[in-house]
Design a protein around this ligand. Structure first.
Ligand code: NDP
Length: 483
């Protein structure tokens, strides 16, 4: 049985614990606007208890056979699958995302993350080098106590994406989920013991980013932190970590282009562009929020894109047919609405959406925004440069490949791009020239967990994905002997 979610506790040293300072935060269901639980608001004493527990557990976990670590990760994946329906429902209620999305993406991917790194744990190895005079090899050693700080848009998916390699590599972990969406992390922590992890290997601290998050970033005994979140928060963590020379992985924001050439397979490109724009209410760092369309097909593509957008089923996230749910919080809804107001002030023409949505019944007080399409804005305005992180996409036309490339690269971000064309040479030239860590050709968000994942420019530092994550969570040592 999973615990009730009304009270979200910390998990330290193998035990559920209340925050020592007695402080709590409210947890709100964004689809109804109602408070449905309270969340531990951890402080420095809770952090120290977690660090102590993790340090005590570290030597045995580091020295455990890799097969044992892998078995714990696989057991945890099995337990998520055993409680699949509970996790899906909890993730949907906590985030406002459609249950169908949690079922198709969040929860299966979370189990898949754990399995992928269970496999990595047993085959991860150093390298060998040889020249005329010497033979060398590298050893990979875990850092000790490491931390993950993860956001609210894909709560369990992103937590497991980071926790799995940290644990697989032999580190002990302090994980901090977003205070906005803490529930599935809490449910996961209730299964840690049954999965076979020794006490202190996996610790979970809830609370405010500016409180416990900042304390983790500055703690001298946490030498590595893997962070996913906004660019400004990433900078703050980077600065707090600098005096300690911590290892830092930063997966930050995006302002990703979807680039459609006139020769693209039309229907597939429309489908892909709509999915890229509005999946998870546009709250995915990879979302294509700038749709660049070659001039010759602009009107035709715009009409098809609007028709498809209009057909998106918006409603109660718990409705089986719902495709577009609630924004994660009232605060975030207002932030996105203010971005739409800015787009209007900048001269943008709202082609559809552009306002909050009234959903009746139990969702009458929920935080909904209609899928919004805007055109008529130049690339150099704030709307086309700054991340909105909501269901808002702008349309721009381009005359040729050079202009498409210039528009694609004209932001400070560089996370992902998708290019739609049937001409391989065009696709490959664009892939080589776009400043982003990920380029999809004739697809969007097609993921292989083995591939490097991360952004250029202000979208981050470092790469995640199978071996990159295992490398991040270990230090490398070179051993050399003469020949
Ligand atoms: P935030 O940066 O606000 O928060 C991310 C995490 O950091 C949360 O756990 C938050 O806690 C915590 N945090 C906040 N302030 C601090 C601080 N000063 N020190 C330490 N930790 C802190 O991002 P959001 O949760 O709003 O997520 C949206 C952002 O994440 C978007 O910019 C999006 O692009 C990006 N993102 C990037 C991805 C990538 O892979 N590149 C993937 C997914 C999202 P709390 O929530 O409790 O305040």
């Amino acid at each position: 049985m999973l615990p009730k979610t009304e009270t979200v506790l910390n998990f330290i040293g193998g035990e559920m614990r209340e925050p020592q300072g007695g402080a709590w935060l409210e947890n709100t269901d964004p689809a109804t606007g109602k408070i449905y639980g309270r969340v531990a608001d951890s402080g420095a004493e809770d952090l120290q208890a977690a660090v102590d527990a993790a340090q005590a557990a570290f030597p045995a976990w580091r020295d455990a056979p890799a097969q044992q670590r892998a078995a714990c990760l696989r057991n945890l994946a099995d337990l998520i699958e055993k409680h699949f329906e509970d996790f899906i429902r909890a993730e949907s209620i906590d985030t406002g995302k459609p249950v169908a999305l949690a079922r198709a993406v969040d929860i299966p991917r979370s189990a898949a993350n754990l399995r992928a790194f269970a496999e990595a744990a047993v085959i991860f190895a150093g390298e060998e080098f040889e020249n005329e005079t010497s033979h060398s090899y590298t050893l990979r050693r875990p850092h000790g106590v490491v931390a993950t700080i993860s956001p609210w848009n894909l709560p369990l998916l992103l937590l497991t994406w980071k926790a799995a390699p940290a644990l697989a590599a032999g580190n002990c972990l302090i994980a901090k989920p977003s205070e906005v969406t803490p529930v599935t992390a809490f449910l996961l922590s209730s299964l840690i013991d049954a999965a076979g992890f020794p006490p202190g290997v996996f610790n979970l601290l809830h609370g405010r980013g500016a409180g416990i998050g900042a304390a983790i970033a500055a703690h001298p005994d946490i030498p590595a932190i893997s962070f996913t979140g906004g660019t400004e928060t990433g900078k703050a963590i980077y600065a707090a970590a600098a005096p300690h020379l911590k290892r830092i992985s930063l997966e930050l924001g995006g302002k990703n282009p979807t680039i459609v050439f006139a020769d693209a397979e039309f229907d597939a490109a429309v489908d892909g562009a709509v999915r890229a724009a509005f999946s998870n209410q546009g709250q995915i760092c990879l979302c294509g929020s700038r749709l660049l369309i070659e001039e010759g097909i602009y009107d035709q593509f715009k009409a098809a894109f609007l028709e498809k957008t209009d057909a998106i089923k918006t409603g109660d996230p718990l409705g089986a047919a719902t495709q577009h749910g609630a924004m994660v919080s009232e605060q975030h809804m207002h932030k996105v609405l203010s971005c739409i107001d800015l787009a209007k002030e900048e001269g943008g023409k709202i082609l559809c959406g552009g306002e909050s949505l009234q959903i009746g019944g139990r969702c009458k007080d929920g935080f909904f925004i209609a899928p919004t399409v805007i055109e008529g804005l130049p690339q150099n305005c704030r709307t086309n440069r700054e991340e909105i992180f909501g269901p808002v996409v702008t349309l721009q036309s381009f005359q040729n490949e050079a202009e498409a490339l210039a528009l694609a690269n004209a932001t400070e971000y560089g996370l992902a791009a998708s290019v739609w064309t049937q001409d391989d040479a065009t696709a490959e030239r664009m892939a080589a020239e776009i400043d982003s860590g990920i380029v999809w050709i004739n697809c969007w968000n097609l993921r292989d967990l083995n591939t490097p994942f991360g952004g250029m420019k202000k979208s981050g530092i470092g790469r995640e994905g199978k071996w990159r994550a295992m490398q991040f969570f270990t230090e490398e040592k070179t051993v050399t002997r003469p020949k």
